[in-house]
Write a protein that binds this ligand. Sequence first.
Ligand code: FES
Length: 134
Amino acid sequence: MGAVSSPPHPDPLRPNGAEREKLGRDSLDGWVAYGTVDDIPKGGGRAIRTIVGEIGLFRTEDDRVFALDNICPHKGVRLSLGAVEGDCIVCPAHGLRFSLADGRATEFGAGMTLPVPVRVIEGRVLVRLSPPPW
Ligand code: FES
């Protein structure tokens, strides 16, 4: 009788099997599929791990989807753990707010996080992966 092994624990930051299958089709021009809109909680975020780093996907209450570099420029907390309020993500650590549209903090001098191009096609979320400009 052989040893019983359990399946590997799924990594919530990586695309699942179905998403990986689609990567070949969807990676043209740098656009890569990362699940569906329903994978992102309304009024919240989801972290995805990509070849250019961790990105936060955010969904507003009216189902618009945005993508930002997931690391808060203040102290490095994951923005995807915060709450979406209107068109901003509120960092869960100290409450700084960042525009979902352009990543700029609403408080003067608090910096910004990098916006990432994202689009939704038939409910699927595609992110354009390109190296950061620095
Ligand atoms: S770590 Fe985000 S506001 Fe401080």
